[in-house]
Design a protein around this ligand. Structure first.
Ligand SMILES: [Zn+2]
Length: 396
């Protein structure tokens, strides 16, 4: 069957064709790369599997079928299979395809399916992929970039050894509870671009519901073929791959303007000990902050740099947050344009968020929001506010 190898895998397309048909200038501009650079996004996704009915025979089928060097070294037993597919993080049994996606959502390759026990994480999988004969290097050239999440941390040296750029969100240091503003801003540039792989995975599972549910053991021998066939069909027949719009132009400008900006409100919170000094705040109910800017959905996207919300057409995270918490509002006694909001989760008394927002009285839209700071890990960033500040801004 030629259909699959003609529509997915590193051998099915050239770098030139990828540059012509599937690259978006938004990516190179946000990352500060020359327009001639290509960018790939990598992510290990999940296929949940049933493990109750596994037999030695099945193990042998899988050993022949799946590409996994760990497999051949191990003894066959139901217990072993159960262990090798158990993902401690998800607390479920699953197999992991490694998705390699272009900036417009086109699926360049889907490698695996890989096991999920300790030896197999995103870093070791990519290391192994780089040693295969037909690998990701066939569609990349020096100066191109890989965009990954934090699980790829220990493969950075290998990737950079091929003169490829490596972009990953920052990791919190051992004693760090919050990213610094420069760290958080730099990370935001990566997460804005990385969402495309999550969108591509969601599209796949949405079109092929089979992969969104627990796959029965009877399908295991053809699982990899089914997965690749589904990816090929999407590549061949999807008409609405993502394109750059005016909004992306705007995002590039906002990022450029704000990337080196300090978080002035954070400095005041720390220096003036705003968190400890209750006396400087007076209670305000929601209606007291009448001068607070009114924000449209468009404004909110600009505030959060919410490409994800824009493209997925929903506002799930904000809705969820709103449903799950109660808010208490306080205004600074001497500066009535500084609002402090505490968010308490109904489900966990210990979960408490505090955000501060400095606004321009009665100035609606994004221009009315001057400064923000939240105590969550990404709350000090000045490139796009965190979801807590966004949620507070919509209910105020
Ligand atoms: Zn936050």
């Amino acid at each position: 069957m030629k259909f699959v190898p003609e529509n997915i895998g590193f051998g099915h397309i050239t770098r030139q064709k990828l540059m012509e048909d599937h690259m978006r200038p938004f990516y190179s501009r946000v990352l500060g790369l020359p327009p001639t650079s290509f960018v790939v996004v990598l992510d290990g996704t999940y296929v949940y599997i049933q493990v109750a009915l596994t037999f030695n025979l099945l193990f042998n089928i899988l050993r022949r079928h799946f590409h996994d060097s760990h497999f051949s070294k191990k003894k066959s037993s139901d217990h072993e299979f159960q262990r090798m597919t158990f993902c401690g993080y998800k607390k479920r049994n699953l197999l992991k395809p490694m998705m390699v996606v272009a900036p417009d959502g086109y699926l360049i390759a889907a490698e695996g399916l890989y096991f999920t026990d300790h030896g197999n994480n995103d870093s070791t999988i990519l290391k192994e992929m780089l040693l295969k004969p037909d690998n990701i290097l066939s569609i990349l050239q020096p100066g191109d970039a890989t965009l990954v999440d934090r699980g790829f941390q220990s493969v950075q040296d290998e990737v950079e050894g091929y003169q490829l750029r490596f972009f990953m969100p920052a990791l919190l240091g051992k004693k760090q509870s919050q990213f610094t503003t420069p760290q958080a801003n730099k990370s935001r540039k990566v997460t804005i671009l990385r969402y495309i792989v999550e969108q591509a995975n969601a599209r796949l599972k949405n079109k092929f519901r089979f992969f969104d549910e627990k796959v029965p053991a009877s399908y295991f021998s053809i699982l990899k073929d089914l997965f690749l066939l589904s990816c090929s069909l999407l590549n061949k027949f999807t008409v609405n791959f993502n394109k750059d719009t005016d909004f992306h132009e705007k995002l590039v400008d906002i990022i450029d303007q704000r990337i080196d900006r300090q978080n002035l409100l954070e400095q005041r919170v720390i220096e003036e000990k705003w968190d400890a000094r209750r006396v400087i705040w007076e209670d305000a109910d929601q209606d007291c902050a009448l001068g607070f800017p009114e924000l449209s959905m468009e404004d909110l996207k600009e505030l959060t740099l919410g490409e994800y919300q824009l493209n997925m057409g929903n506002n799930y995270n904000l809705e969820h947050l709103r449903a799950d918490s109660s808010y208490s509002f306080h205004l600074h006694k001497e500066e009535s344009n500084i609002l402090k909001v505490q968010l308490r989760s109904r489900y966990s008394a210990r979960t408490r968020r505090v955000v501060w927002i400095q606004f321009k009285d009665h100035v609606n839209g994004v221009a009315g929001i001057e400064e923000w700071y939240c105590k969550c890990p990404v709350g000090a960033r000045t490139v796009g506010c965190c979801s807590h500040i966004a949620a507070v801004s919509t209910v105020t």
